[in-house]
Structure formats: C-alpha cells, structure tokens
Design a protein around this ligand. Structure first.
Ligand SMILES: Nc1ncnc2c1ncn2[C@@H]1O[C@H](COP(=O)(O)OP(=O)(O)OP(=O)(O)O)[C@@H](O)[C@H]1O
Ligand SMILES: [Mg+2]
Length: 259
C-alpha cells in the first residue's frame, strides 16, 4: 500500500497524520517518535487482539511511508524517518465521546463488554472520551468505534520491568462507565473472558514477531509481553472483572431500575 496524497495533521499528542493511499482510502498514520517508543508496537498489538475478538476497531496495517513521499510535506518531513508506521482506516463522520451529549442507544452494544475486557487485559488507562468514536446511525443512536491503543501496557514508553508488574486494580474511566451503562447482560463479560482465555499462545507470539525490528522492541520485551498477557488473562482478568461488575456495572444498572 502506497501513500498518494497528504491531507492534514490531526489533533493530539501522537502527531497523527491523515493520508490517502493507493487503495483509495484515507488512513490515520502514526509515526515512530522519540519519547513514545512503544506506541506503535502498542497500537499493533492492541489492534490485532481487538480484531481477533471482533471488536469495533478500525482496520489497521503496518505501512511504510517513504522518505521520498514525506519529504514533500513539511509536517511529515519533520517526523522520524524510521521505516514503518501504523495506519488506521479513517472512519468519516464521527464525533468523539466529548462531542456527543445524548446517547439513547449504541447499536453495537454487544461489543462493549469486549472493549472493557480488552482494556483491562492490556492495562489501557487511556480509554478516554476522545478514544472512542461515535457514528450517528439515527436520532441519538450511535455505532461505537474504539481507537488509540497507543497507551496499553501502562503507557507509550513502558520498560520490561513495568510490563512485568502491571497493576491489577480497577481503572477509573468515565468512558468505561458510559459503555457499561449500555451493556445488557452481565454474562457478556464472562463470554468475552472465555474468548480471551482461549486465544492460542502461538497467535500472541506471531503478533509480536510481526513488530518491525526498526521499532526497537527487543526479543526479551516481546517475550515479556506474551508472558504478561498469558498471566493476566488467567490470574488478573477474572478477579478484576468481578470487581468491575460489582463496583461499576451493577450500581449503574441498579440505579437505572430504581429511576
Ligand atoms: N480510525 C480513525 N478514524 C477517524 N478518526 C480517527 C481515527 N483514529 C484516530 N482518529 C482521530 O485522529 C486523532 C488522533 O488519534 P489518536 O487518539 O489515535 O491519537 P492521539 O489523540 O494523538 O493520542 P493521545 O490520545 O494519546 O493524545 C484524534 O482526533 C482522533 O479522533
Ligand atoms: Mg487519543
């Protein structure tokens, strides 16, 4: 896939750029940045797992925007010229969670438990209102997309020691609360847990193996990611999800039935 036209720089600290490719689509492209060394690897791992779980995550790809192309645009020329970037298919006509005032229905509510579980499994503290996109499908009715997995594993510049010691507590997230209020059955959390627990370890290893060498994730760090994922899905996730149901999900729904 080759870039054909540069559109614009997008908002946010990750310096994303909107670029048209020769498949005819626009993609949001994130470049490797010093100080944010793990963000592209995080995006890749988060994307692959979200996609395996059939969650509403825009189609993603590792691409190579050549220096020849970047050199033509000042905003791109100043980005790191390390090969390979992460591209996420641009979803047009969306608002983020801050921009929408009233939501009566989320059409893909069946996916919401999966988004929350994935965030806990990967320890993503960054599921803010800006990191969901809402596409209006009817009056106050929306399809939800998850974007921005750059801060999974605790952040965009994690060290091996950090991912080996990720916290197992509840994460404060108004967006998780919002999503939880649209989940219709508690059992969905346990269904998703089972999907996560049965992902083949070989697939996790393959996902890590596809991280480009240029992104400077060492062999040991890739191994540590797999170990962390395998440990957390059995030792951390079941307990923390029970806590989430008890302290977040149930209070929201009990309040609703009292109203
Ligand atoms: N697939 C997508 N379709 C449409 N818009 C997107 C998509 N991915 C990202 N965006 C938009 O591009 C901008 C940057 O996205 P993203 O949230 O991934 O990075 P960021 O906000 O810079 O990172 P951070 O949240 O860490 O500051 C945001 O305005 C977001 O709404
Ligand atoms: Mg963001």
């Amino acid at each position: 896939m080759m870039p054909v036209a540069y559109k614009q720089k997008l908002e946010g600290k990750s310096n994303s750029h909107l670029i048209t490719f020769n498949d005819g689509n626009d993609y949001v492209v994130k470049f490797y940045q010093t100080g944010f060394e793990k963000s592209l690897a995080n995006e890749w791992v988060g994307y692959c797992l979200g996609r395996y779980l059939q969650l509403p995550i825009p189609f993603g790809k590792i691409i190579d925007v050549t220096q020849e192309f970047s050199g033509q645009f000042p905003d791109l020329a100043e980005m790191s010229q390390i090969p390979y970037q992460f591209a996420s298919l641009y979803i047009p006509n969306c608002q983020d969670g801050h921009d929408v005032e009233t939501i009566h229905e989320i059409t893909n509510h069946c996916s919401l438990a999966g988004v929350i579980l994935l965030d806990y499994w990967l320890f993503n503290r960054d599921r803010t209102r800006k990191n969901i996109l809402l596409h209006e499908t009817g009056p106050n009715q929306f399809h939800l997309w998850m974007i921005d997995q750059a801060e999974i594993f605790g952040g965009y510049a994690w060290s091996q020691t950090e991912i080996e010691n990720l916290p197992d507590d509840l994460i404060k997230s108004a967006t998780h609360q919002l999503m939880a209020s649209f989940i219709k059955k508690e059992e969905q959390f346990f269904q998703e847990l089972e999907y996560i627990q049965t992902i083949p370890i070989l697939l996790l290893e393959e996902i890590m193996a596809l991280i480009p060498d240029e992104w400077n994730v060492t062999k040991e760090e890739k191994k540590a990611m797999v170990t962390t994922l395998v440990t957390r899905r059995h030792k951390v996730l079941p307990e923390v999800i029970r806590k989430f149901i008890k302290y977040v999900y149930r209070p929201l729904h009990e309040k609703r039935s009292r109203d």
